[in-house]
Write a new protein. Structure first.
Length: 236
């Protein structure tokens, strides 16, 4: 018995496959941004959410993060083992509960730490939208890869030297374009960055200000898959 498929239907199947194969990195990124931020809310993001971090050898840390991008305002209240630490940046003006007298000598200042936290939370919870920021260099090609037994579309991003030398990879679901993994190396993974950096597995979702954010982020070393810790959005 001969299998008969109408020519028009065959053309549709082939066209769909070809169009998926022909997506370049910018197109994949746009689809991912549309999935996570369908209404373009990120630039006006103004919300408070809570993240609980668990690590194998330390008490959990509960961080309440307020991020108001239009007002250039950031506030972090972190609680761990009975201690509370606060960091605030309001249009660049810094306020923190850590005083220079109790800060570690030779370490970054408390206000430098506040800036570090602001950049950290803004970047990671602003992905994949943050990949369109100035200084982010998106490689043009899309790799089809299997990572942890799942198939992904993989994008590579490097940054201008003034921003950093880390090399980042982002893994997107090939059907929905949801971001499900990201990974970074301290340099090119086949060169100076070999055996450095971490990968982060993303699962579940929390919708904050209309943006689909990964609810759970589990961190592992690239070199040996050691689990470093897990961040979970526990309130929003």
């Amino acid at each position: 018995m001969k299998l008969y498929i109408p020519l028009a239907l065959l053309f549709i199947f082939n066209s769909t496959g070809l169009s998926a194969q022909k997506l370049n990195a910018s197109q994949v990124l746009e689809k991912a941004i549309h999935y996570h931020d369908p209404n373009g809310n990120w630039d006006q993001f103004n919300s408070t959410f809570q993240v609980t971090m668990t690590t194998p050898a330390s008490p959990e840390r509960v961080s309440t993060i307020t991020l108001n991008l239009p007002a250039d305002y950031f506030n972090l209240v972190a609680k761990r083992d009975g201690d509370t630490t606060t960091f605030t940046l309001d249009k660049g003006r810094c306020k923190t509960s850590i005083t220079d007298s109790i800060a570690q000598a030779g370490a970054r200042t408390p206000c430098e730490t506040a800036t570090l936290y602001k950049n950290y939370y803004t970047y990671l919870y602003g992905l994949p939208m943050k990949l369109k920021d100035p200084g982010a260099n998106l490689a043009p090609t899309v790799e089809k890869v299997t990572f942890k037994e799942k198939e992904y579309l993989k994008l590579k991003v490097t940054y201008d030297e003034a921003i950093g030398n880390d090399v980042w990879f982002f893994y997107f679901n090939p059907t929905t374009f949801a971001m499900e993994v990201y990974q970074f190396f301290k340099g090119e993974p086949d060169g100076a960055g070999k055996d450095t950096g971490e990968y982060i597995l993303l699962s579940e979702e929390s919708t904050v200000e209309g943006i689909k954010m990964p609810k759970v982020r589990a961190w592992y070393y690239n070199k040996d898959d050691t689990h470093l810790g897990t961040d979970t959005i526990t309130e929003n």
